[in-house]
Design a binder for this molecule. Structure first.
Ligand SMILES: Cc1cc2nc3c(=O)[nH]c(=O)nc-3n(C[C@H](O)[C@H](O)[C@H](O)COP(=O)(O)OP(=O)(O)OC[C@H]3O[C@@H](n4cnc5c(N)ncnc54)[C@H](O)[C@@H]3O)c2cc1C
Length: 259
């Protein structure tokens, strides 16, 4: 066996990551949040040949999928999402009431792998802090290392793209950067900008139907749709998140191609 050189290991990591990061500073789509909605959107957008980068603040992509409901790692999906599960090679079991269960670990891992194999790049431990705004349009994301963000006085860097997606879940972090400055008003049609009480059927329909552009250049998908437009929360059912990601991908692909 060849001698393993510690210096070479370090050089390999630094060179490969530097190349990846440099390549991703500008692209077609930046998706903030690698939960089920963000990773599904990334899979479909990358499949369209677009340059897609996911920024994920945690170590592990997957968002809320891993824990299923109440930390029981089975995820529930409805019939409408079965075609998507099949495309992602995720196995499912039928249960009562037109619902299906999937192993939450398999779902999270499959979404991650499919997005990567389609060509998307995931940068984990990167926290989005703000947006770039030019001429009234969001043109990118301001981000920092998660270990640094909020902890040390170190400036962030920027990622530019033709479209930015807020897929950060309950907090709609990217939308919030505009809302707190009064740049986004009345999205929730008079209601406070936060998700409503639980109503699984309405919430699932809401995250799919209202996925779209919330501000020029800024799109919302998944649970951030409810947080942005005031829709009901839906509890531990994930089909709507997947279908919301697919829907926003179709809308962005059409918008970027000028259709
Ligand atoms: C860790 C976690 C555990 C959860 N557990 C449960 C549960 O047990 N039961 C339940 O009913 N619901 C749970 N939820 C909520 C539920 O899973 C979500 O409603 C569902 O997963 C929404 O999917 P999503 O893709 O919209 O967003 P999420 O699955 O919430 O994914 C959002 C992703 O965005 C990332 N993110 C957030 N802010 C930033 C930022 N500034 N920069 C970069 N990345 C960011 C998060 O780390 C996360 O990976 C959980 C959510 C999370 C994040």
């Amino acid at each position: 066996m060849n001698r393993i050189d510690e210096t070479g290991i370090s050089r390999a990591i630094i060179a490969a990551y530097h190349e990846k990061l440099t390549d991703r500073i500008a692209g077609d789509v930046i998706i903030v949040g690698a939960g089920p909605a963000g990773m599904t959107a990334a899979y479909y957008l990358a499949g369209e040949g677009l340059k897609v980068t996911l920024l994920e603040k945690r170590l592990s992509p997957g968002g809320g999928v891993w824990g299923g409901g109440m930390a029981m790692n089975e995820a529930v999906v409805q019939e409408d999402a079965l075609e998507l599960l099949e495309e992602m090679d995720v196995r499912y079991n039928s249960c009562l009431g037109g619902l299906y269960t999937v192993d939450a670990i398999e779902l999270a891992a499959a979404l991650c792998l499919k997005a990567l194999k389609a060509g998307a790049v995931i940068l984990n431990l990167v926290t989005a802090e703000d947006v770039c705004l030019h001429g009234g349009r969001v043109t990118g994301v301001v981000a920092n290392r998660s270990m640094i963000a909020g902890a040390l006085p170190v400036d962030p860097i920027t990622f530019s793209a033709g479209a930015v997606v807020d897929a950060t879940g309950h907090d709609a972090v990217v939308v919030e950067t505009l809302r707190r400055r009064g740049l986004i008003k009345s999205l929730a049609e008079g209601r406070p900008v936060c998700e409503g009480p639980m109503d699984a059927a309405s919430g699932e329909a809401f995250v799919i139907e209202r996925a779209g552009e919330a501000f020029p250049g800024l799109w919302v998908s998944g649970m951030s749709v409810c947080a942005t437009f005031g829709g009901p929360r839906m509890g531990p059912i994930f089909g709507g998140m997947l279908l919301s990601g697919k829907r926003v991908a179709g809308l962005i692909a059409a918008a970027l191609s000028g259709k």
